[in-house]
Write a protein that binds this ligand. Structure first.
Ligand SMILES: Nc1ncnc2c1ncn2[C@@H]1O[C@H](COP(=O)(O)OP(=O)(O)OP(=O)(O)O)[C@@H](O)[C@H]1O
Ligand SMILES: [Mg+2]
Length: 305
């Protein structure tokens, strides 16, 4: 399974690039919208209803999934609503099972965890595991602009660390918790600890997929967005990620300053330039050939020089 991730400043054409490449690739292709806001759906010009967090067929060999934080009741709300522990736990299927522990730490001990981000990440882990099982050939991930990736990987790290801590030296914590909430402590001691190895191994394989992805930096031919790619590049290279090239998207179509292109050339990486195309906002029938063409253009980054 080969994974490609497009990075860059907001509004430079990451989603357009992601959807275009996805449309032009052979084999079973999945596009993961990790950016919310249904931008993949809009870019595909789709009219079908998207169910969040479900891998859905789009056409022929193309599938898409829009990742969103699932809505759930936290442990305090669940208790207030008179839910039984298992009713609360049933909200978290598969890898979402990592949530209850983080939620409990957050609610009972004030551990500052960004639960919606963690949930979204857990869904991504689950989705990647499912796509691997379903023999996808290519995955394209449309991440949030700027620090989205950094946040994602640091989430992965802290989650694995906290799960391992619970497994290896969680006794004191569980005793404390057990004095007040014996049912919850009992659950954590039993089923939860039993699942920790499988949670951490799924998280680690998602991290491997992300670290081994083919990174493409996207910018417009303007200084701000170009500078932003340098920041993103530093982040990616810091975790050992490999950058394959640049998409320079002249989406405003106003100018194409030579000196800015020269800055890109100096990066000594393959790059492709996209022209402004007014028809991008059209319906799918007209859009598809444009996406296909754009995707073929972007694929040139992967061709040997
Ligand atoms: N070459 C182009 N010609 C015309 N319009 C374009 C071009 N590239 C992108 N656009 C339009 O510009 C807008 C921004 O593009 P896109 O959504 O792909 O950017 P993005 O980097 O994913 O943005 P965000 O950071 O908000 O997710 C969209 O409306 C898109 O249709
Ligand atoms: Mg986008």
């Amino acid at each position: 399974m080969e994974t490609t991730i497009f990075c860059g400043k907001g509004g430079v054409g990451k989603t357009l690039s992601a959807v275009s490449l996805a449309s032009s690739l052979q084999g079973k292709v999945g596009i993961i919208d990790y950016d919310g806001g249904h931008s993949v759906k809009n870019t595909l010009g789709m009219e079908i209803e998207i169910i969040p967090n479900v891998v859905q067929p789009i056409r022929e060999n193309l599938y898409a999934v829009v990742i969103e934080s699932p809505v759930y009741k936290n442990i305090t709300e669940a208790k207030e609503a008179g839910w039984k522990l298992n009713e609360y736990l049933e909200q978290f299927i598969g890898n979402l099972g990592i949530i209850p522990y983080a939620d409990m730490l957050h609610e009972f001990f004030g551990v500052p965890t960004d639960i919606p981000t963690l949930q979204k990440f857990a869904v991504l882990v689950q989705t990647l595991a499912v796509m691997q099982q379903q023999d996808f050939d290519h995955i394209i991930i449309d991440v949030e602009p700027t620090a989205g990736l950094e946040r994602l990987l640091s989430n992965a790290n802290s989650t694995v660390r906290s799960l391992r801590n619970l497994k290896n030296k969680g006794t004191v914590f569980l005793t404390l918790l057990g004095a007040k909430w014996p049912d919850i402590a009992g659950y954590l001691k039993g089923d939860y600890i039993k699942n920790i190895d499988s949670y951490t191994s799924d998280i680690e394989s998602a991290v491997q997929i992300i670290k081994n992805a083919r990174y493409i930096l996207v910018c417009t031919p303007e200084r701000g967005p170009i500078n932003q790619t340098f920041e993103v590049r530093a982040i990616i290279e810091a975790f050992g990620g490999k950058i394959y090239g640049y998409v320079v998207n002249n989406l405003r179509g106003e100018y194409h300053e030579r000196q800015n292109i020269r800055v890109i050339e100096e990066q000594r990486l393959p790059f492709v330039c996209l022209k402004r195309n007014q028809e991008i906002h059209n319906r799918l029938e007209v859009l598809h050939p444009i996406l296909l063409q754009t995707g073929k253009e972007i694929s040139k980054i992967f061709e040997p020089a």
